[in-house]
Design a protein around this ligand. Structure first.
Ligand SMILES: Nc1ncnc2c1ncn2[C@@H]1O[C@H](COP(=O)(O)OP(=O)(O)OP(=O)(O)O)[C@@H](O)[C@H]1O
Ligand SMILES: [Mg+2]
Length: 399
């Protein structure tokens, strides 16, 4: 009898590290969540691990909780990588078509992609962590999507490469190795979230994924089924809380509570005062207008930056499937209407389905996307074997 597939995924976030253990029966689409846990993260800044020792301690804590809850032993995990050091670059490669009949073979395609990858203009401390073919050319014929079996002399490929600052990649890897965990694969955060919520149809017509986290906002644009732009902005929902704290001259923890409880006022005008209990018997009173002014300025800034990124993509914001918002920051009431107005696009929040027993929260998109990517690569195992997978690469680092 075919065995259940077990997937372990960890979303290393600026506010929280979230972990999940999922089991999938071979004959069912349902995902049985054996364990879900989250713990506050202290070793990250704006999506990047800056204190690997601290992150290791937290990962060990999370792993123990997950193992206990799921009654499994966790050896390997699927993880994300965040931070604004992650940038998009382009690479171009060219090879001679090798077969005597001049038909492009899979081997030629692999070679030209590898060539393009090595020609990505990275600085010495930068590395390509993911790459996607954009188009191929054969001799003078450009814009080819699939060159397999087409005839010619020279095959060229243009790729979009996702590049990262190596010391931050190393910090992330070290954090997991310190916790005795092998990394199965590592996906840039916005791509993991996109996996959870975007459909192939949306990607085909044009869509932008926006993941508003605590200290970062991920943006991924898809056009004609392909990723055409990606950025991770160093600003997120915690900046709204920080600004509310300054405006109301109160602690960040209190401002965070005010944002969660009274966030719906951020997009409204009100001359009212509101109250919140900050300690037993201690009430903090504040004018709504001060809180909403500070919050609105910051959320406007976040959307201005998102708009700039959308404009960089080839279709410059002409995205009929609109914007899909996820991340904890998507919980801010009124954000969908604000996004529609600011970006001049259809907007919605999507919460992935199929994870039995889990709360419906857009902050789980990255984690869910990592699980779905894991399931996909289990299915694709024979094709993936043709390339050195992350699993193999990361094994090199293992003691
Ligand atoms: N109801 C709410 N209204 C507004 N913001 C909210 C709400 N609920 C959660 N948030 C915010 O969501 C953020 C956490 O989101 P998330 O879990 O996606 O972040 P993260 O993944 O840890 O961070 P990052 O992706 O930036 O590294 C916090 O800043 C929190 O204040
Ligand atoms: Mg996140």
């Amino acid at each position: 009898m075919a065995k259940n597939t077990l997937i372990n995924a960890i979303d290393v976030g600026s506010k929280e590290i979230k972990g999940i253990v999922v089991s999938k029966k071979p004959d069912s689409e349902e995902l049985d969540v054996l364990a879900y846990q989250s713990i506050p993260s202290g070793g990250l800044r704006k999506g990047m691990v800056i204190n690997p020792e601290k992150t290791t301690t937290e990962i060990i804590q999370l792993k123990n909780l997950l193992e206990k809850q799921s009654n499994t032993h966790i050896k390997d995990v699927i993880i994300n990588i965040g931070g604004y050091h992650i940038v998009v670059k382009y690479g171009k490669g060219a090879v001679a078509i090798s077969r005597a009949d001049q038909k492009v073979s899979q081997e030629d395609i692999d070679r030209v992609l590898e060539e393009a990858k090595t020609l990505v203009p990275n600085n010495p401390n930068q590395e390509t962590i993911d790459e996607f073919p954009i188009e191929y050319s054969i001799d003078n014929e450009t814009g080819i999507k699939n060159p397999l079996d087409l005839k010619g002399i020279k095959l060229e490929a243009k790729i979009l490469a996702i590049c990262a600052f190596s010391p931050y990649v190393k910090n992330l890897i070290d954090s997991f190795l310190g916790a005795d965990l092998e990394i199965d694969s590592m996906t840039p955060t916005p791509l993991a979230s996109a996996e959870a919520v975007l459909t192939p149809q949306q990607k085909e017509v044009g869509v932008v994924l926006v993941d508003i986290g605590a200290e970062t906002t991920g943006v991924a644009v898809f056009e004609e089924e392909m990723l055409t732009h990606l950025a991770i902005l160093p600003i997120g929902s915690s900046h709204i809380s920080n600004d509310i704290a300054i405006a109301l001259q109160t602690d960040i923890d209190i401002a965070e509570k005010i944002k969660i409880q009274f966030g719906s006022y951020i997009f409204k005008n009100s001359s009212k005062k509101e109250k919140i209990e900050i300690a037993p018997g201690e009430i903090f009173t504040f004018p709504i207008s001060k809180m909403s002014k500070a919050g609105r300025a910051r959320i406007s800034e976040i959307f201005d930056l998102i708009k700039k990124e959308i404009k960089i993509a080839p279709k410059q914001g002409n995205l009929p499937a609109g914007v899909v918002i996820v991340g904890g920051g998507a919980n801010l009431p009124g954000i969908v209407d604000f996004a529609k107005k600011e970006l001049n696009l259809p907007a919605r929040i999507i919460i992935p389905k199929g994870f039995i027993g889990m709360e419906k929260n857009p902050s789980l998109a990255t984690l869910y996307g990592l699980v779905l990517k894991g399931l996909k690569s289990e299915k694709d195992e024979p094709t993936i074997e043709r390339f050195p997978s992350f699993k193999k690469l990361f094994k090199i680092f293992l003691p």
